[in-house]
Design a protein around this ligand. Structure first.
Ligand code: IMP
Length: 181
């Protein structure tokens, strides 16, 4: 399986160190408060599991799953909630935990939806950011790594449900050359 993949962009060690840093930064920023981590299924599960172990504050976890409508949804950003949160986020500090932000359309929809639920605050922590393809302006409060415009898998991210268990982040196609900024 591994020999069908391309260049390793982020090693296990790089990810481990950065996730620990993010955990420390989030813990400092929210010191004295309680957090609700909203994990966007399914790709962010691995990141969430590591991140929460680096938080030194009380944090609950909830999950949301969304899926695109039809074939042209990636261009329209029309998505549908497949699984909603189990608990109310009213008066809670919410941190959305995302795997990767590409066009930003999915996250824009999700944030719009969450911001109508009377949370005290709603912020975003994305492990990976691919700003080259952004179609809507989005503020990412915490970003693990900024990547070039390449399709990547591993550390939770999939292609057709494969490769989520890889400990590193790797370019899917062996032929793809990632532009460097
Ligand atoms: P956006 O709405 O275009 O920002 O898409 C975000 C979603 O697309 C992510 O949560 C992923 O599920 C998926 N996605 C975007 N880029 C990649 C990638 O490089 N690898 C795996 N999934 C990706």
């Amino acid at each position: 399986m591994a020999d069908a993949l391309g260049e390793i962009l982020l090693t296990e060690e790089q990810i481990r160190r950065r996730v620990a840093e993010l955990g420390r930064q989030i813990s400092a920023d929210y010191a004295g408060l309680e957090l609700t981590l909203v994990c966007v299924l399914r790709g962010a599960v691995v990141f969430l599991a590591d991140l929460i172990r680096h938080l030194s504050l009380p944090a609950s976890i909830d999950f949301m799953a969304i899926s695109s409508y039809g074939s042209d949804t990636q261009s329209t950003g029309v998505v549908r909630i497949v699984k909603d949160l189990d608990d109310s986020i009213q008066h809670r500090h919410v941190l959305v935990v995302e795997d990767i932000v590409d066009t930003g359309l999915t996250l824009a929809y999700l944030l719009d939806n969450l911001r109508n639920r009377s949370a005290t605050s709603v912020r975003v922590c994305a492990l990976l950011d691919k700003p080259a393809r952004r179609r809507v302006p989005i503020t990412l409060d915490y970003v693990g790594f900024t990547l070039p415009d390449c399709f990547v898998v591993g550390y939770g991210l999939d292609f057709a449900q494969r490769y989520r268990g890889l400990p590193h982040v790797v370019v899917l196609s062996p032929e793809e050359v990632c532009p460097r900024g």
